[in-house]
Design a protein around this ligand. Sequence first.
Ligand code: CAA
Length: 380
Amino acid sequence: MNFQLSEEHQMMQKMVREFALKECGPTAAERDEEERWDMGIWRKMVDLGLSGIPWPEKYGGVGADYLSYVIAVEELSRVDSSVGVTLSAHTSLASWPIYKFGTEEQKQTYLRALAEGRSLGAYCLTEPGSGSDAAGMKTTAVLKGDEWILNGSKIFITNGLDADIFVVFAQTNPELKHKGIGAFIVERKFPGFSVGKKEKKMGIRSSSTTEVIFEDCRVPKENLLGQVGEGFKIAMMTLDGGRSGIAAQALGIAQGAFDHALAYAKQRNQFGKPIAKLQAIQFKLADMATKIEAARLLTYQGAWREDQGLPYGLQSSMSKLYAGDIAMEVTTEAVQVFGGYGYTREYPVERFMRDAKITQIYEGTNEIQRVVIAGHILKD
Ligand code: CAA
């Protein structure tokens, strides 16, 4: 067993860490305040190859592995998790299902555009009436001649405002329930596609989250991903890997908040000495560091298993559950270390605390992760 990151992984870590500090850090608070995503940051990420980390070069990727991608999301989120989740939704939710289930032509057209960063990706599963019960979706897809006609709406779509390629799940035969669901690659420019309401959120405010509407949206027949009826399986398998991305985001948020709390504890004087000398603060820092390390080991293990071709759904759910929960605990404690200052927007820890909350909710609430984990344990 080897717990040492390879030279390539260390290089990715260093490159993304420097990028995040230089290009994301200085404007993170302002973009959060203004609820504004910056495509300029995305274009710089594309220049570094971050838009296609785990995909083969023949599809426009850089041919690295899934662990490299997870490290990149962690490092971005350590500074600004809105940037982290943008990459996560683009890579594991939008690009992965095309890589895994796409035809050669779909990969050359869509995966290549995503990997090369000419397009930004999004994943459309959730609807107003179906969140945790994903199979209960009402959006329909009806085949008419050479086109699928989609009707319905999706909500909480990460990257909704700027994405050009959307992986969309729709019901082709309601009587068949989850066995009737299909997956479709939808371009923003297809007739009948529109972006609806933009959400005003507690955290990850620089990342866009929108409604997406299909009104007799015409999708070419060849944009069906996989087979008719395979959509639910594709959605679930996509989330199996996507949850490692959210675990990495949560891990980065926790690490970022801890970095700030540690630095502050060393320089904030009370009772004539730095508060880091007080055991009350030392115990907090010790607990935070331990939880972060445990979350990192779980998260990296899930990604490593995917890279080894081993089953990883269980580890991915466990890491998302644990990293999400400890991100909330660690960021709350980081605010506590800062005291009254931590509650203000003068310091970044309150942003980290607001950002942490969503990691317990999206890509399956942490209650759903327990359902998934229990399913694996009982099956095995
Ligand atoms: N891989 C492959 N197949 C799977 C699977 C997986 N991980 N999970 C389930 N399936 C298959 C089952 O084997 C079963 O197949 P058969 O019918 O052939 O036997 C079928 O799917 C139905 O399985 P279940 O009966 O377990 O399905 P369910 O309806 O009870 O739902 C669930 C299970 C785990 C609760 C699932 O609905 C779920 O994960 N819900 C949460 C959805 C979610 O995470 N949404 C987040 C959306 S993305 C997002 O957050 C926005 C963003 O942009 C970041």
